[in-house]
Design a protein around this ligand. Structure first.
Ligand SMILES: [Fe+2]
Ligand SMILES: [Fe+2]
Length: 171
């Protein structure tokens, strides 16, 4: 098997991992209500959340982090952006949505200390509190890298594939 085929397999398995590890989150009403919310001008919160999950899986392989925390923390991290009109400006959005995301995630009764740190502190250094875990620190980087590539409209087919699978289930 040549190396390029191995890379294709790793990439395909990341789609499968996100759908399997994040199944209940992807199916939740909290996630469904943010899928189409506009984000980073040219993207949506749903696209961005899955995009961050892919990048966190990549970091998980490099830094030997838990893939479960990588995917689940990523899928939860922006579910608090469900009603943009309820925020009073960009500063309020930046500070309030991680709190809302954490509330939604905690209601699910499934998150652990690491995922809570990823969700609550992913906006650092815009928000004051530093992440207290490696995963929490890595998502601050993944979040910003994904936001920049989304703003530049660098399209990721694998993200679309996961979103299409979600949409197909609803139909
Ligand atoms: Fe965020
Ligand atoms: Fe984000």
């Amino acid at each position: 098997m040549d190396q390029s085929m191995d890379m294709v397999r790793v990439k395909d398995s990341d789609c499968e991992k996100i759908e399997r590890i994040g199944r209940d989150i992807l199916d939740s009403c909290e996630f469904r209500r943010i899928i189409g919310q506009r984000h980073h001008i040219f993207s949506t919160v749903g696209y961005h959340s899955v995009h961050v999950a892919f990048m966190m899986l990549f970091f998980a392989r490099i830094f030997r982090l838990s893939e479960i925390d990588a995917v689940r923390g990523s899928l939860w991290h922006d579910v608090g952006i469900y009603d943009r009109d309820s925020f009073s400006g960009s500063r309020d959005t930046a500070h309030s949505h991680p709190i809302r995301s954490l509330e939604s995630a905690e209601k699910s009764g499934t998150i652990n200390r690491i995922q809570a740190d990823m969700i609550a502190n992913h906006m650092w250094p815009v928000t004051r509190k530093r992440p207290g875990t490696r995963e929490g620190f890595m998502i601050t980087i993944a979040d910003k890298c994904c936001a920049v590539t989304e703003f530049l409209r660098l399209h990721n087919d694998r993200v679309e594939r996961v979103l299409k699978d979600i949409a197909d289930e609803v139909d």
